[in-house]
Structures are given as structure tokens and as C-alpha cells.
Design a protein around this ligand. Structure first.
Ligand code: GLN
Length: 169
């Protein structure tokens, strides 16, 4: 596929041995308890930690953000600790389980259509992590070196500017 002027070959990661050969990594939404269990059981968790430590670009969204965090405050989620934040799962309350908002994101000239689906809020943000976007005073997009994390789902919209910033800038 052509993305941001680059030709990209997409691989799905379901087993060990794929991540080490990738140049970019997207950890998408889903169910963080399930994702973290699979990553551990399949031996992928260590590969992702090494990938992040190697400075390669990563984008982690929603459940992916939860799994990447230092702490998800939920013993069912074994986090990878590659992003120095803590998260509150499902922090955006029930009546707002899913919603869309146009948000200002640092580094983007125009507001971004952010889709929130049972989204986590980012709670503690350690030194070295930049907040790129907030909603009601709560961080929902952060960057730490080569890793960008969002509470919302840029992968579910046609707008690929956040992928562009994460992967191609
Ligand atoms: N609430 C989910 C979780 O805790 C994340 C939801 C999502 O990725 N859309 O894993």
C-alpha cells in the first residue's frame, strides 16, 4: 500500500517472529486483558519491548495504549511498560462509552476527529512524556520519544495524520 508517499507492506502480528522484522508497529484497540495475555503467551511481549527500546516508531491506541503503559491498575492486564504513564481503563463514563470529538493535537494544524470507544484516560504522566492532547483536562494523546499513545482510535478514521506523525516524520 501507499501511505504518506511511502510504500508499506502490512503484516498482522499473531505469533512471535514478526515484530523483529518490522520497521513500524501499531498496537491497535481491542480488549487489553486479551491482548496482554496473548502477547505474553505467544512470546511477543519481549519482542515488542525490544522493538520500542530500539527506537523504532510505534503508535499505540486505546487498548494498545493500556497494554503499553507502565501501569493499568488492573491485575488482568500485564503491561509492557514502554510508555511512562498510568491509565484508567474505561475512564470515560457509561453514557459517554463511545463518542467523537474534534480535538486539537500538538503538531497538527487542524483539529483531529477523535473516536473514543470505552476509552482509557491517561492518569500519571512521568517526566519525558509530552502531552499532545487533552479532553476536559485529561491527557488523551502523549508522546515519549519514538512512541505515540492515544486514548482514541486514529486507525478507525480516514484521517491518517497521526499515523503520519508517528511513522513518517
Ligand atoms: N476498554 C477496552 C480495554 O480496556 C479498550 C477499548 C478499545 O480499545 N476500544 O481494553
Amino acid at each position: 500500500a501507499e501511505r504518506h508517499g511511502e510504500s508499506v507492506e502490512v503484516e498482522e502480528v499473531r505469533t512471535a517472529g514478526v515484530v523483529p522484522d518490522c520497521d513500524l508497529l501499531l498496537m491497535p484497540g481491542g480488549e487489553s486483558t486479551t491482548i496482554s495475555r496473548l502477547l505474553r503467551d505467544e512470546g511477543i511481549a519481549e519482542e515488542i519491548r525490544a522493538f520500542a527500546a530500539g527506537g523504532k516508531p510505534m503508535l499505540v491506541t486505546c487498548a494498545g495504549l493500556i497494554v503499553a503503559a507502565r501501569d493499568a491498575k488492573d491485575e488482568r492486564v500485564e503491561t509492557l511498560d514502554i510508555l511512562d504513564v498510568t491509565v484508567d481503563r474505561n475512564a470515560f463514563g457509561r453514557q459517554k462509552d463511545s463518542f467523537e470529538a474534534m480535538l486539537d493535537v500538538d503538531g497538527l494544524a487542524e483539529p483531529f476527529p477523535a473516536v473514543f470507544i470505552r476509552a482509557p484516560a491517561i492518569d500519571e504522566v512521568d517526566d519525558g512524556v509530552d502531552v499532545l492532547c487533552e479532553i476536559d483536562g485529561r491527557p488523551v494523546a502523549v508522546r515519549q520519544d519514538n512512541v505515540i499513545g492515544t486514548s482514541f482510535h486514529p486507525e478507525l478514521t480516514e484521517d491518517s495524520r497521526i499515523h503520519g506523525v508517528a511513522f513518517f516524520e
